[in-house]
Design a protein. Structure first.
Length: 466
């Protein structure tokens, strides 16, 4: 009765797809700003430590849960543990759903900017803020209207995802990543050369290379850890889904190292593009993060750099590829769950999910500037508060759902499924995992404590912690 489960067509196809999931807006848009705030070199060092110490073991954990269970994210916890463990998967699916709803809309904005730089760059340079908020529904006279430009582009972005996903794991997702990821690396290299050869960029380069330990605080560790999980696509059970399409012959620790290495390299390269470019054109104080930065401040950078408009197109194309391959992995995680758990057809599941994502994402986009849609949030610093709906969605995923699902995965492997079984899964077909002991300690003790700290700090210090 059961259909043959999908599998990756090749090893390189899997690695590129997993790296495609990991490399996303988090690397190119969030990392540089965070690195800047965290003291440049200081943050880069702490970030690398967090990836090696916690990110990589968590990715290995998710991949082995997926490969051992050969099923979707809710099913895998039921199959390897007991029925009661399924909540970890549910947190993952719900988190993935909420993240994707706004991730896909931001992807749409990126697409808008590719088109914008290609066809009407002077308009962006004239009024970078007005162009951005205009896209989101703010008129020049201060009134607001429905943000149809942003929403239209989000629909196109989701349509591209849907077309690829309906084609399946091997002929859709794998194929797309096999073209998209090499293209992304080439665009990244072009931008890197451009950025570090700009007059005045040396100061930015040295900022990124020289640690400033006076900026090191407890928050730096938390920000680096949160960023590492987000960037490696951990805590959304995406790697469980991608791992479930892997054959037993694959060496999981080696693949994990490769994916983490690529993801970190791209983040650091993006840091070495954005920070020096901003130093050279606008001065150091301007490096920031969030929507305003990627869409507004960078306009000044492209306006001032020689050949800026073409580099603008290249930059947003890079961001677009990165966003597409990540968004695809998120949707695949949800679609795999619906097809296996509720026996939906792949096509119907994909279309249904994309429409639902689109609608929820509309609330995110509309709540930016067009309409004051509010959400509810609680933390000990502010008590009950009513921030913009879009902010609530981001807080909920970054502060709660991602860490809770990651916590669930580490506790599951350390204490329920048991690490002997995880290690047996990893060490198949004669593969030796030399770091098995260290891995066990990390997954059983270090990871749960570190993740609990992230959750607690998010609750205590409130909405400002980024
Ligand atoms: N890793 C992606 C990024 O860096 C985001 C993502 C998170 C994708 C969770 C999948 C799952 O942008």
């Amino acid at each position: 009765m059961e259909k043959q489960r999908a599998q990756w067509g090749s090893k390189i196809g899997f690695i590129l797809a997993a790296a495609g999931s990991a490399v996303g807006l988090g690397n190119i848009w969030k990392f540089p700003g965070r690195a800047f705030e965290g003291g440049g070199g200081t943050f880069v060092i702490i970030y690398i430590i967090m990836v090696v110490l916690l990110g990589a073991p968590m990715m290995l954990t998710e991949l082995s849960i997926g490969r051992a269970s050969q099923t979707n994210i809710v099913g895998s916890f039921q199959k390897l543990g007991h029925k009661r463990s399924a909540w970890i998967g549910w947190v993952g699916v719900i988190g993935a759903f909420i993240i994707t709803s706004y991730y896909s809309h931001v992807g749409g904005w990126v697409l808008r900017y590719v088109a914008g730089y290609a066809t009407e760059a002077p308009k962006i340079y004239d009024n970078p803020m007005g162009y951005f908020t205009g896209m989101l529904g703010l008129n020049s006279d201060g009134s607001t209207s429905f943000p149809w430009v942003a929403i239209l582009f989000a629909a196109v972005f989701l349509l591209i995802n849907a077309i690829v996903i309906i084609r399946g794991v091997e002929s859709g997702i794998e194929k797309f990543n096999k073209i998209g990821m090499p293209a992304l690396f080439i665009l990244l290299l072009i931008l890197l050369v451009r950025a570090v050869t700009l007059d005045g960029s040396a100061e930015g380069v040295s900022y990124m290379l020289t640690p400033d330990w006076s900026k090191l605080t407890f928050d730096t560790f938390l920000a680096a850890l949160g960023q590492a999980f987000y960037s490696l696509s951990i805590g959304m059970a995406i790697m469980i889904t991608y791992g479930s399409y892997l054959s037993r012959k694959e060496n999981l620790p080696k693949n994990t190292a490769l994916i983490c290495g690529m993801d970190t390299m791209v983040a650091i390269m993006a840091g070495f593009i954005i920070v020096p470019a901003v130093f050279a054109t606008l001065g150091g104080g301007e490096v920031g993060k969030g929507g305003g930065f990627a869409f507004v401040s960078l306009a000044g950078v492209f306006q001032q750099m020689p050949g800026g408009t073409i580099f603008g197109v290249i930059f947003y194309l890079l961001l677009l590829f990165a966003a597409l391959t990540s968004c695809m992995s998120l949707i695949e995680g949800i679609v795999a769950f619906l097809t296996e758990h509720f026996s939906w057809g792949r096509k119907n599941a994909t279309i249904g999910v994309c429409i639902a994502l689109f609608l929820l994402g509309c609330l995110y986009t509309c709540s930016q500037v067009a309409f004051p849609i509010k959400g509810v949030w609680f933390d000990f610093a502010n008590g009950l508060s009513f921030p913009a709906f879009g902010d609530c969605m981001e807080y909920l995923t970054d502060r709660a759902l991602i860490p809770i699902c990651a916590l669930g995965c580490s506790i599951f492997v350390g204490w329920i499924w048991k690490q002997e079984n995880a290690l047996a899964e990893i060490e198949q077909e004669g593969i030796r995992f030399r770091l098995a002991k260290v891995y066990t300690i990390i997954i059983k003790y270090v990871a749960p404590i570190a993740i609990l700290t992230i959750i607690a700090m998010g609750l205590i210090s409130g909405m400002t912690l980024s």
